[in-house]
Structure formats: C-alpha cells, structure tokens
Design a protein around this ligand. Structure first.
Ligand code: FAD
Length: 169
C-alpha cells in the first residue's frame, strides 16, 4: 500500500536532482506478517514504512542524527493519515538509512537499489553476467543485467548460471 503525498514530480526532483531531504513523503507500507505469520510473535504484527531518499553521494548528511528525527516524522504521518494510535502500539522498532546500507551491506554510497536504472545503465548497458574481458568472471545481482528487484535478480541468477554451465561444457 502506498500513502501518496501531495507532490509527485517535485518530490522525485528533490530526491534525484536536488539531493535534498523532502518535507513531504510518499510512503510505501508493507505488512509482511499478513502473508507470513512467522515474522511476528503470536498476536503481533510486523510493519515497515519506506520512503525514498537520495544516496550519500547526492545527500551527504549525518544519518545518525537525521535518522531518528525522520523516523518520528514518518510515524507521525502514518499516525495522522492511517493509524492514529501508532506510537502507542509499537513494541519495538528500528530504522535503516543509506548509512546502514553502506556499513552493513557494503552498498556503494548507501544506495539500496544498485545502479540507477537510467537508459545508459539499463538492459544491455548494465553489467553483463559474463565479464567481457576477464575469463571465468561472472556477475550476478541487482547491478547486473537485467536489473534490480527480486524478479530481475532471480532472472540474472538464472542467466549467469546458464552462462557458467555453457562455458563448462
Ligand atoms: C527497502 C527495500 C524494499 C524493496 N522492495 C522490493 C519489492 O517489494 N519487490 C522487489 O522485487 N524488490 C524490492 N527491493 C529490491 C530488492 O530487494 C533488491 O533488488 C535485491 O534484494 C537485490 O539482490 P542482490 O542479491 O543483488 O543484493 P542483496 O540482496 O543486497 O545481497 C547482496 C549481499 O552481499 C553481501 N555482501 C556485500 N559485500 C560483500 C562482501 N565483500 N563479501 C561478502 N558478502 C558481501 C551483502 O551483505 C548482502 O547480503 C527492495 C529493496 C529495498 C532496499
């Protein structure tokens, strides 16, 4: 479910062009315990609320300071629009920002989706699954052909495995 904010193009321009932290949000809400009860204790739920922000290259802010403030603003917004008593319902919470993507997952500039899917970095222009120059060097995952997202990543794994098997033959 998405809680759309008041702006669309202006919001994307703030994130991708201007590299500023937007004042308004479009929030992607996910409630995984509906389909997989094992991700929460009995009688409880697991939620996340996601907002897009610029990577650390475009927006080099101190996430240790900004993270908790932004977390509260997002929860306030969900409370205002959807779940009025959300603050009282929360048993435990954490937030995950570009700094965490960089430190925990080794993601370049804390980017959550690998290479930006602009035309010159999409489809054939993305990293090839078999390296063009180095023999026996194969690449897989969001930064490679065909691209980010679970279906794309699984597709790239299949393509890479097929190339490796072909080369072994
Ligand atoms: C919040 C969020 C929501 C998303 N929602 C969706 C969605 O609804 N649908 C969808 O299709 N996609 C979604 N995606 C995108 C999708 O999750 C990613 O495209 C996908 O997980 C990328 O898979 P990957 O295997 O390339 O990389 P990752 O899943 O990031 O795996 C890379 C792994 O490599 C490890 N690693 C890094 N460096 C090293 C090293 N030097 N040595 C050993 N290990 C290392 C990392 O720790 C990590 O475990 C979402 C992404 C985010 C961040």
């Amino acid at each position: 479910m998405i809680l759309f904010g008041p702006r669309y193009k202006g919001l994307l321009d703030d994130i991708y062009e201007h590299g500023v932290l937007p004042q308004d949000f479009s929030i992607y809400l996910h409630h995984p315990s509906i389909t997989d009860p094992s991700v929460a204790p009995a009688g409880k739920s697991t939620f996340y609320a996601l907002i897009p922000v610029a990577n650390q290259g475009k927006l080099p802010i101190d996430w240790e300071t900004v993270g908790p403030v932004l977390e509260k603003r997002i929860l306030d917004e969900v409370g205002r629009r959807l779940i009025p008593d959300i603050h009282d319902r929360i048993v435990t919470k954490f937030h995950y920002a570009p700094r965490d993507f960089a430190l925990d997952l080794n993601a370049y500039l804390g980017s959550a989706f690998s290479l930006e899917p602009i035309l010159t970095q999409s489809a054939w222009f993305r990293g090839h699954n078999r390296d063009d120059k180095v023999k026996n060097f194969y690449l897989v995952g969001a930064g490679t052909h065909p691209g980010a997202g679970i279906p794309g990543v699984v597709g790239s794994a299949k393509a890479t495995a097929r190339l490796m098997v072909d080369d072994l033959r």
